[in-house]
Design a protein around this ligand. Structure first.
Ligand code: SAM
Length: 100
């Protein structure tokens, strides 16, 4: 079974409901990372690799066709700072490459 990428949100309930799936959670906000790691420890969740890295750059490290799903949860639109947006043509291109 292929891994699942979680971007901009890692939800323990989803991890617990799918213990047979390996999740990779990409987050750059340290307090959010600490919170999810704490919850995983408390709830004994082991099917997540939490990566403190920019999701837009992380996919470059992955080979093609290794990801079964990619979820991007409510990323900030950054109306005044478009360079910070998660979604871009390059992001979609990389997402398709690792997915297909
Ligand atoms: C609006 S919050 C959404 C949080 C959560 N999904 C929710 O609905 O409450 C956006 C999240 O995306 C993360 N984020 C923004 N840009 C990112 C990037 N390039 N790579 C990884 N995470 C990113 C932020 O740190 C933040 O936690």
């Amino acid at each position: 079974m292929k891994s699942v990428l979680e971007v901009a949100g890692i939800y323990c309930i989803k991890l617990k409901k799918n213990p047979h799936i390996q999740f990779i959670g990409l987050e750059i906000h340290k307090p959010s990372i600490e919170q999810v790691l704490k919850q995983c420890e408390l709830q004994k969740i082991e099917n997540i690799l939490v990566v403190d890295y920019d999701a837009r750059l992380f996919m470059e490290f992955l080979p093609s066709n290794v990801v079964g799903r990619i979820f991007v949860h409510f990323p900030v639109p950054w109306d005044k700072k478009p360079h910070r947006r998660v979604f871009s043509a390059a992001f979609i291109e990389e997402a398709l490459r690792v997915y297909m």
